[in-house]
Design a protein around this ligand. Structure first.
Ligand SMILES: [Zn+2]
Ligand SMILES: [Zn+2]
Length: 552
């Protein structure tokens, strides 16, 4: 198929994040002693991960092979592809390749962590070619919900691999720069060994609408709004900022960005020319708050119901600078990340309760996806015509669905590898094999630090949050081991005091009866077990149970 002379050997494709989940994308390509990394993403926690700020990929494999890592490519500026950058760069010293906007957004992050000087950033453009170890990487433009995104044509010693990154086929994108069909067709002409393509929307039939459909939806919102308009989106959704700015111009409102990440990203994107907002349109939040409410639109973060975000704080009335006032129109211009739906809808309800009119994806087209739907996936597969196919980015259901789509366009099932994080796929002598498994778990990041929180701690936090705890305090006579006082029982987050009286009395009695002097050490854990099953039999709940003993 290919007329290129190939060296043979083995290409290992190593998914470190983003396969089997939505977020924390990271992929490694290894040929011999050379590793090329694509993405350094983070994932926002699901609502059962308590007290976790975000999650980063487990990149232990890269640390174990640190001398082999030749470079990192970041295809676009979204958090799920860039967000772990300072965690990775603290431990790996390798060059990063990114387009100007992606680079600018990463610089914002790095300078916040005081790391900007330490990192070697290389600017690449769509159409460029870079030699990274044995990999010749050609960058081609793709549309997405942020400008300046690229996909990768990676010529490896075993053949040409296409890595789409996040993409859609938008004919009328906000920045007027459609996905590079011609380049994809050109790759196809050379013969493509494998395609790795974004699966995020693999369960969405049809075509993803153009970003343009948002403009009339925004017009409608702006026309109808009686007071302030507050639009929430991701801080990295640069295209959406442009659309809000355009609507503000059309409807004679001034625009203010709220929150550090929004302000900094907008400043960077304007400086680099990716965001066209005239100076006279932009005002500070302070100015906006002094103006007539019909004359302003504010743009903030917090679309996922994160309690610490501006939208989260507005919904609970705990925002420092300003509050929701009746008559505000709040627009959530985003889609809930899978797992976040519950907290998003809770936030929407709270905002309504405070008097805001809330407009979200389900009631008006104020958001479109940046990811290809099924027909676009077929187009990608048909343009590239790969020998082998590996769906990437998505939960297992998305990856499986994408595999079915590939079969529909004629790729044989045995030429498709559906794998999750940590499962290596090998390409050798024109064939694809499933390789070894390497660790690909979660690294939790909370305020306290990175990776100090394991699954055990998460489980404990979960129990505490759901069922609370029961603490039993026993004071025993040093010699006789008899109770000197009534057992003291303290509960938190478990039962409300009035209905608890009876239960606590019963518990107290049970404890008194169970006190057995024979063996103190064993007694304590036995008693904890007995108490747990007793409480469960009475309440069908499983709080954490602690027993403390003091002797006098
Ligand atoms: Zn993206
Ligand atoms: Zn993504």
């Amino acid at each position: 198929m290919s007329n290129k002379k190939l060296n043979g050997g083995k290409l290992r494709i190593i998914p470190l994040g983003g396969l089997g989940e939505v977020g924390k994308n990271m992929m490694a390509y290894q040929y011999g002693d050379n590793i090329l990394v694509v993405y350094v993403g983070l994932m926002f926690p699901e609502n059962d991960m308590l007290g976790i700020d975000y999650i980063i990929p487990d990149f232990e494999y890269l640390l174990e092979n640190r001398q082999k890592v030749r470079g990192i490519i970041v295809t676009h500026g979204h958090e799920d592809h860039t967000g772990a950058i300072h965690h990775v760069m603290e431990q790996l010293n390798v060059p990063i390749y990114a387009t100007p906007l992606t680079r600018g957004l990463m610089e914002v992050k790095l300078s916040r962590g005081g790391m900007l000087e330490k990192v070697q950033l290389n600017t690449i453009q769509a159409g460029d070619k870079a030699q990274i170890g044995p990999f010749t990487v050609e960058f081609f433009h793709v549309c997405h919900s942020i400008p300046d995104g690229v996909g990768l044509g990676i010529t490896t010693p075993v053949g040409l691999v296409i890595h789409t990154g996040d993409y859609k086929f938008d004919h009328t994108p906000v920045d007027n720069w459609p996905t590079d069909y011609a380049k994809l067709a050109e790759f196809s002409g050379r013969g493509v060994l494998a395609l790795l393509a974004d699966s995020t929307n693999a369960d969405k039939p049809g075509w993803t609408p153009s970003e343009r459909v948002i403009d009339p939806a925004f017009d409608q919102v702006f026309r109808a709004a009686k007071g302030r308009i507050i639009i929430a989106s991701f801080a990295s959704l640069i295209s959406r900022m442009q659309q809000v700015a355009n609507a503000a111009v059309r409807h004679d409102r001034k625009m203010a960005f709220v929150g550090t990440s929004m302000v900094e990203n907008a400043r960077m994107a304007r400086k680099l020319g990716y965001l066209d907002i005239p100076d006279e349109l932009l005002i500070s939040v302070e100015q906006a708050l002094k103006m007539n409410s019909k004359e302003v639109v504010l743009m903030s973060t917090g679309t996922q119901g994160e309690p610490s975000s501006i939208m989260g704080r507005l919904s609970t009335g705990t925002n420092r600078q300003f509050d929701i006032i009746p008559g505000d129109t709040v627009v959530l211009s985003s889609h809930p990340i899978p797992g976040n739906e519950e907290s998003v809808y809770r936030t929407i309800n709270r905002l309504f309760r405070r008097g805001a009119n809330v407009i979200y994806e389900a009631v008006a087209p104020v958001h479109v996806s940046g990811h290809a739907s099924q027909e676009e996936m077929k187009l990608m597969l048909n343009l590239v015509r790969p020998q082998y196919f590996i769906p990437i980015h998505g939960e297992l259901r998305h990856l499986k669905q994408h595999a079915l789509i590939a079969q529909q366009v004629g790729i044989p099932e045995e030429h498709i590898a559906v794998v999750e994080n940590g499962q290596v796929v090998e390409l050798e002598d024109g064939e694809m094999h499933i390789g070894e498994r390497i660790p690909g778990g979660y690294v939790f990041v909370d305020g306290a630090g990175v990776g100090e929180i394991g699954p055990d701690v998460m489980r404990e936090r979960e129990i505490l949050s759901r069922d609370g705890f029961v603490l039993v305090n026993l004071t025993l006579d040093r010699h006789t081991c008899h109770l000197v006082e009534e057992p003291e029982i303290i509960t938190r987050g478990f039962v409300y005091a009035p209905e608890a009286e009876e239960l606590l009395d019963a518990t107290r009695q049970m404890v008194v009866q169970s006190i057995d002097c024979a063996s103190n050490g064993r007694m304590q854990s036995d008693l904890e077990q007995t108490l747990k099953s007793f409480i469960y039999s009475k309440t069908k709940r499983r709080p954490m149970v602690f027993i403390t003993m003091s002797k006098t």
